[in-house]
Design a protein around this ligand. Structure first.
Ligand SMILES: NC(=O)C1=CN([C@@H]2O[C@H](COP(=O)(O)OP(=O)(O)OC[C@H]3O[C@@H](n4cnc5c(N)ncnc54)[C@H](OP(=O)(O)O)[C@@H]3O)[C@@H](O)[C@H]2O)C=CC1
Ligand SMILES: [Fe+3]
Length: 480
């Protein structure tokens, strides 16, 4: 129910709130972005909401969903049954001290973030608890952005870190966040709030390693093509191939990076299988580097997809280059001069069609993999479907990409001119790791190894491990 804009903006002239039937009333102090997004989520989850503003007449009620009451700060606190959110920046907390008595006995939720990392002073939540000693201050929801709150994906996958020194208040907020469709994690007392407040300041913490690996691979392949096709021919014969640098060289490096990165997605799974086979048990932790690598496969896969996508776009643009026009004209002129009427080479037609077809199919499968790595899509699949997509289709994408590269290379690797300055063609280098992975996968598919590995993964242990104390040893961290 939408209230007409309040006649009175004086906070101390409380007007009884109309009590409409429905869920519990939640109070929110502040009418900014977070308040708006939170009220959308609360209303969608069946709560009633009363928002407290310093000046309700200045806040356009249309920005809030139907049913939200817009009142003074004091009225919002009084109207809330138990839980009140402080959706204001922490530097303004002191302006709320006039509400101390009215907030006594209520749960006061602090949603603020830290302004910087490694602070020495107390956390915002600890400061708020000092200002409001009679309220149960709880730190929560700060890791969720206003945008994610509005998104309303009630899939329970989004974690909310919660801490408080008051167990009753914490329990109330844990329950509330579950009803809002989040996955609450109790991280202890209010002393944990400093870390919780700094959590949103980390920038893509799981992407650093994969991005660095992809960047270094790009530098390597770009550097290799620069030396082999530009620098050495220039020093040796004075050839000017520098025009290749902005586009052609980039488009040579990108597919190589995509291929190697995709191989890096499947290599740790093979290494884990080999370790388990060698150890004869799955109840031993993997080395830390392997654990970390296993946990970064999704990021590596998405980066491989990005490079493959860029390669596709670059390749489509190759014919738009001025250089492509000149090369075609020159070739046509030479052909006319030589009196050649038909330049059709059957073998080359097969080669280019096969190479393009494998590339398109490989990219399509890779796109499917990327889509299923989205939590909302992945969550809709059962375990068998997810394994089929991520492992079965993953190897299909790798095989198609290897075939695309082999058709591209054709018989070139067998010609002496493929090795100028004793440097092999780049596509051969890019094929090494993917071929190792594919051969490794085939070897592991041998029945004797598959049967043993399946037994190990279902809990069987070789004789040297079968001791009673092993029964409660920890399992491995990454799923393979
Ligand atoms: N936006 C986001 O994505 C997220 C925000 N947060 C946290 O939520 C809190 C609010 O953020 P957000 O909603 O984005 O900020 P906004 O600036 O959009 O809103 C803050 C609100 O605070 C109220 N307020 C109360 N007292 C004062 C005062 N003295 N001076 C200025 N404003 C005051 C104002 O409402 P009025 O004028 O009606 O009184 C204002 O609209 C912050 O602590 C932030 O760290 C946490 C996670 C995500
Ligand atoms: Fe290609």
């Amino acid at each position: 129910m939408k209230t007409p804009l309040l006649a009175s903006s004086a906070p101390d002239a409380p007007e009884p709130l109309p009590r409409c039937p429905g869920g519990p009333v939640i109070g929110i102090i502040g009418s900014g972005d977070f308040s708006r997004s939170l009220s959308i989520r609360l209303v969608a989850s069946g709560f009633r909401v009363v928002v407290g503003s310093r000046d309700p007449s200045r806040v356009p009620i249309g920005l809030f969903p139907d049913g939200v009451e817009l009142r003074s700060q004091g009225e919002a606190v009084d109207g809330a049954e138990r839980v009140v959110f402080a959706a204001v920046y922490p530097e303004h907390y002191h302006t709320l001290v006039g509400l101390r008595e009215r907030l006594a006995g209520k749960v006061l939720v602090d949603v603020s973030n830290a302004a910087r990392m490694n602070r020495v002073e107390r956390s915002n939540a600890e400061k708020l608890a000092e200002l409001f000693p009679q309220s149960g201050v709880v730190k929560a929801f700060n890791v969720v952005s206003a945008w994610a709150l509005q998104g309303g994906a009630h899939d329970g996958s989004r974690q909310v870190l919660i801490c408080s020194d008051c167990s009753d208040s914490k329990a109330a907020v844990l329950q509330l966040s579950r009803r809002l469709g989040f996955s609450p994690v109790d991280v202890g007392g209010l002393c944990a709030s400093r870390e919780v407040e700094e959590a949103p300041l980390h920038l893509f913490p799981t992407w650093g390693g994969p991005v660095l690996v992809t960047f270094l691979l790009f530098l390597f392949f770009y550097g290799y093509t620069f030396i082999r096709r530009v620098l050495l021919p220039f020093i040796d014969k004075g050839e000017n191939n520098f025009t290749q640098l902005p586009l052609v060289a980039v488009n040579r490096a990108l597919p190589a990076v995509a291929l190697v990165t995709l191989a890096l997605v499947y290599l740790p799974g093979l290494a884990a299988a080999v370790l388990q086979l060698g150890r004869g048990t799955k109840y031993q932790r993997f080395p830390v580097w392997l654990d970390v690598w296993l946990c970064r496969r999704k990021q590596l896969g998405l980066l491989s997809f990005l490079c493959a996508g860029l390669h596709a776009v670059y390749s489509l643009c190759l014919t738009l280059r001025r250089a492509a026009g000149y090369t075609l004209l020159n070739a046509a002129y030479r052909q006319v001069k030589a009196g050649v009427e038909n330049s059709w080479v059957e073998q080359q037609v097969w080669r280019s069609d096969l190479y393009l077809s494998c590339g398109i199919l490989g990219f399509g499968v890779l796109a499917l993999l990327a889509v299923t790595s989205l939590p909302s899509v992945g969550n809709a699949l059962n375990w068998r479907e997810f394994t089929f997509v991520q492992s079965g289709l993953g190897y299909a994408a790798l095989t198609l990409s290897v075939m695309h590269t082999l058709f591209f290379g054709w018989d070139f690797a067998f010609l002496p001119e493929a090795y100028p300055y004793f440097l092999p063609p780049m596509y051969l280098l890019a094929l090494v790791l993917p071929c190792v992975v594919l051969v490794g996968r085939l070897v592991l598919a041998l029945p004797c190894l598959t049967v043993r590995l399946t037994k190990i993964r279902r809990g069987w242990e070789s004789a040297r491990h079968r001791r009673p104390e092993n029964l409660d040893a920890p399992g491995h961290c990454g799923d393979v």
